[in-house]
Structure formats: C-alpha cells, structure tokens
Design a protein around this ligand. Structure first.
Ligand code: NAD
Ligand code: WQD
Length: 355
C-alpha cells in the first residue's frame, strides 16, 4: 500500500459498475482507498462487484443502486459514509443515441453532475475527479491535440461533457474550496488482465473494441468499418486507444494528487499514438488468432477523421505515462470476451447490493 498521508481515504465512485468504473474500483482498493459505489445499472450489472472483490482481495465498502439525479438518495449515501472525494464516471456515453435522445443526455450527464455537485457541497465535500472526453474537441483537425484546443463538439454527448466542464470551471472560479481534476480520455479499451472485468455494454456495442470482440466470438457476423474514404493513410478513421488499466491508474494518481491541487485542472489521457480502424482490426486478428469478417460501409454520423492526444501535460505534472500498447489492449479484450462470451448476465447478483 502506498504512503498517502494527505490524500482522501474514502472515495465515492459514481458509475462504479461500468467499464472504466469497475477497473477503477480494483485500482483504488489495491491502493488502500475505501470505495463506495453508486450506480443505476443502466449500462452495467451489479454482478461485477463479486469480481472486483475477487481481484482486489478486499470488499467494496458499500454499493447503492440509485440514479445520481436523485439528490435525496445521493444525500443519504453522504450521510452514511465519510466521503473525502468523488470520482464521477456515471453518464450516458453512446454518441449515436445522444443524437436521438439529446434531452436525456443533457439530463443525465449535466443534470446528474449538477445534482452531485449540490449534494457534495451540502456535505462539505469539494474534491472531484471528473470523466471528460476527447469528443469535446470534435472537428479539431490534425492532432496531436493539447488541452488548449478549443471545444467544437459535434454531437449532444460531446456537448454534454463540454457543458459539465463549463459548470465545473465556474464552480471552481466562484468557490476556491473546490478542487476538480478533469480528465479528458481519448479511447479507453482493453480489459483487466485477469479476464474477469471488461467492457460489457447492454445491447449492441457502439464502440469498436467490444464490437470486434463480439464478432471474434461469433456473437455478431461481421464488423462494419465506418468509412474508408477518410483523409488518412488507409482511409479509415484514426483514434488514440488507451488501455483501461492505464486509464484507471491515472485516476488513482489523480486522487493521490488531489491534496496538492487547487481549482480546476484539465488533462488529456491518451498515448499520443493514432491507430486506424484497420490497424486495430489487424492487431485484434493477431491477438485472437481469428479472422474477423468485416465490410466497409458508410461513415457513421458525427464521426471525425482523427483524434490523437498530446498527453504531455499530465506526464510533466504527475509523471503518469501509459505503459500498455495496442497489442496489450487486444490481448486483454479478447481474453475477457473469450472467458465471458455472453458478458456477466448469467452471474449471481452480489449479496448485500442495496436498493
Ligand atoms: P459505462 O457505461 O460502462 O459506465 C457508466 C456507468 O454509469 C454505468 O455503470 C451506468 O450504469 C452508470 N450510470 C449511467 N447513468 C447513471 C445515473 N443516472 N445514475 C447512476 N449511474 C449511472 O461507461 P464507461 O466507458 O465506463 O465510461 C465512464 C465515464 O467515462 C463516462 O462518464 C464516459 O462519458 C466517460 N468516457 C468514456 C470513454 C470511453 O470510451 N469509454 C471515453 C471518454 C470518456
Ligand atoms: C472508434 C473508431 C469508428 C465501431 C467515442 C466517443 C468518445 C469516447 C470513445 C466517450 C471510429 C470506428 C466503431 C464499429 C467502426 N467515448 N468504428 N465500426 O467514436 O472514437 O469515440 O467513444 O467519451 O468520446 O466519441 O469510439 O469506439 O465508437 O469508434 O468502424 O462498429 O472505430 O467510426 O473511427 P469514438 P468508437
């Protein structure tokens, strides 16, 4: 366990049953934090916690099934637990869905965040690590993109994250007691190396990695490659994929650093290396030893040609650098999918999960 004399000890993780949140729970438990989770399971399952605890060899302090917009329920959690800081993952994240349901996305993502901020302030908790997204940069053009790149969101999901950032900046500007570390992730992918945790979305996956993995195990017939006419070397779109284990390590470092920070700080989380859809497909075929059937289709609405991070700022400030590459992401995502071809749906519910 690392020495953290002034770091928070009890951390509330919103969305802790989700893809990144569940891996973050393991990372925080591994480093001695007490972890409390709230989640409404709209895109996850409470079954994940038995696995989190099995990996960490420790128990999550408490798990509450609630919608973060329910201020009364959220407040009761803060009444019961001595929360020092919050890591706020809970949000809806499907770009395509956000174009069909913008009000829901603003309600959950922005309204959920303002509800959380109200309840935190009422309980004297003013330390937050916030999940933002490279999608706030939108049509930013050629990368690598640093944190000063202007926001040009191209869909309601991205706009909702940009709005959350604006709210958080105003909160920090008007009240110096707040500390917010805002992490803009590029494309988290991969899975826990144990194969016990991974990306297990409800319904048809939107994101490339879980879709590829489901094609790999035969749950879906083929991958549709959204456009081969992008202005990129092979014509397919380029993204900066980051292993989920590197992503959650950055969150643990953020918590360790909260006490030394003040106001709002924004960092990109990425590897600074772009991979095209065809690069990822080839890497996944190598990792799985399987041929992944695919076809080139039209571009997906709202997509952009390339998004690659300049992740130098966080490295200079905290010394955090990703250590895993695309092959590691493919190997771990494939292991999770092979061990859990149908996701976690068949597992028993964690005893003691509260309503
Ligand atoms: P996820 O959907 O797996 O996890 C989100 C979790 O929040 C889920 O468990 C879901 O059930 C829960 N949730 C949603 N709405 C809720 C509500 N109203 N009340 C309580 N719980 C609620 O997604 P993820 O990939 O783990 O993403 C976590 C965070 O990171 C999100 O804020 C997302 O926008 C952000 N992010 C993700 C990516 C990515 O590619 N995965 C990239 C950039 C940013
Ligand atoms: C990656 C690439 C697709 C699926 C979104 C958000 C971003 C972040 C990550 C939350 C793109 C292509 C995908 C498929 C494909 N999330 N693709 N066939 O769109 O870069 O980013 O998720 O914040 O903010 O915008 O990620 O994984 O959906 O797509 O060809 O079936 O793979 O077109 O080029 P994206 P993704």
């Amino acid at each position: 366990m690392s020495e953290r004399p002034s770091a928070p000890s009890t951390v509330l993780v919103t969305g802790g049953a989700g893809f990144i949140g569940s891996h973050a729970c393991v990372e925080l438990l591994d480093h001695g934090y007490e972890v409390i989770v709230v989640d409404d399971y709209s895109n996850s399952s409470p079954r994940v916690f038995a696995r989190v605890e099995r990996i960490a060899g420790r128990f999550v302090g408490a798990v509450y099934e609630l919608d973060i917009r329910d201020r009364r329920a959220l407040s009761a959690v803060f009444d019961r637990h001595p929360v020092d800081a919050v890591v706020h993952f809970a949000a809806h994240k499907a770009v395509g869905e956000s174009t069909r349901m913008p009000v829901t996305y603003y309600d959950v993502n922005v309204g959920g965040t303002t509800a959380l901020l109200h309840v935190m302030a009422e309980h004297g908790v003013r330390s937050l690590v916030f999940s933002s997204s490279c999608s706030v940069y939108g049509e930013a053009g050629e990368g690598p993109l640093d944190e000063d790149t202007p926001h040009r969101p191209t869909n309601p999901y991205a706009s909702s994250k940009a709005l959350c950032e604006a709210v958080l900046a105003d909160v920090c500007r008007t009240d110096p007691r707040w500390t917010v570390l805002c992490l803009r992730y590029f494309n988290p992918a991969g899975a826990h190396p144990s194969g016990l945790l991974g990306e297990d979305p409800h319904g048809t996956p939107d994101n490339l990695f879980p879709y590829l993995a489901q094609v790999g195990v035969g749950r879906r017939p083929r991958l549709r490659v959204f456009g081969a006419d992008w202005p990129t070397p092979d014509g397919t779109a380029i993204r900066d994929y980051l292993h989920v284990m590197d992503t959650v390590e950055a969150h643990r470092v953020a918590l360790d650093r909260l006490a030394d920070s003040s106001g709002m700080t924004v960092f990109n989380l990425g590897r600074g290396q772009g991979s095209s859809v065809l690069d990822v497909l080839a890497a996944f075929e190598r990792a799985s030893g399987r041929t992944i059937p695919h076809e080139i289709t039209e571009r997906r609405a709202g997509d952009v040609a390339a998004l690659v991070a300049d992740a130098g700022a966080v490295a200079r400030a905290w010394g955090w650098r990703p250590t895993r590459d695309l092959a590691d992401m493919c190997r771990d995502a494939w292991r999770f999918q092979q061990l859990n071809p149908d996701g976690l749906q068949g597992e028993p519910r964690r005893p003691g999960t509260t309503k």
